[in-house]
Design a protein around this ligand. Structure first.
Ligand SMILES: [Zn+2]
Length: 148
C-alpha cells in the first residue's frame, strides 16, 4: 500500500507485528501521550486519525481508533481498527492519561476549548475528551476507571 503523498517524508516503513509494515511517524508529536500530530486545514489531528480519514473518508462519530500493531506512532490505516472509546480504554490505550491530565481536560473543556484541540494535545480522540469531560471516565477514582 502506498503512503499518502507527503506522509512519505515523515514516516518510515518499519516491520511490525502484523503482516504489513508499520508506517512509523517521524514528524511532530503532540501531548504527553506521544501520538504523532499533523495540522491540516487549520485543524490539529492525531496522525493515525488523519491517515484513517484520508483512506476511508470518515471516522464514525463517538468511535476511536485502536492500534492493532500496538505502535502508537504507526499511521498505517490498515493497522487501525475502529473501536468504542470505552473499549479502547479497557484495552489501555487512552488509559495512559493520568488523573491529573483527566482533570486538566475537564477544566479546559469547561473553559470552552475545542474538543479537537484538547484531544490533539493529549493524543486521544475527541470522543475520549468528551467522554472524560462528561465525567463518565475518571470520576472520583484515583486510578483511570470507566463507568458505563
Ligand atoms: Zn502498525
Amino acid at each position: 500500500m502506498r503512503r499518502p503523498y507527503k506522509l512519505s517524508t515523515r514516516t518510515e516503513v518499519r516491520p511490525g507485528p502484523l503482516p504489513t509494515p508499520c508506517w512509523h511517524w517521524t514528524g511532530g508529536r503532540s501531548g504527553s501521550a506521544g501520538y504523532g500530530s499533523i495540522t491540516r486545514g487549520g485543524r490539529l489531528y492525531a496522525i493515525h486519525e488523519y491517515t484513517f480519514l484520508c483512506r476511508y473518508g470518515y471516522l464514525p462519530s463517538g468511535m476511536v481508533l485502536d492500534h492493532l500493531c500496538d505502535n502508537r506512532l504507526c499511521c498505517n490505516p490498515a493497522h487501525l481498527k475502529v473501536s468504542t472509546a470505552a473499549n479502547n480504554c479497557r484495552r489501555g490505550r487512552n488509559a495512559k492519561l493520568s488523573r491529573e491530565q483527566a482533570d486538566e481536560i475537564k477544566r479546559r473543556r469547561a473553559a470552552g476549548e475545542k474538543l479537537e484541540a484538547i484531544a490533539a494535545d493529549y493524543g486521544v480522540s475527541g470522543a475520549m475528551v468528551s467522554f472524560i469531560a462528561s465525567g463518565r471516565s475518571w470520576g472520583s477514582q484515583d486510578k483511570p476507571h470507566v463507568r458505563i
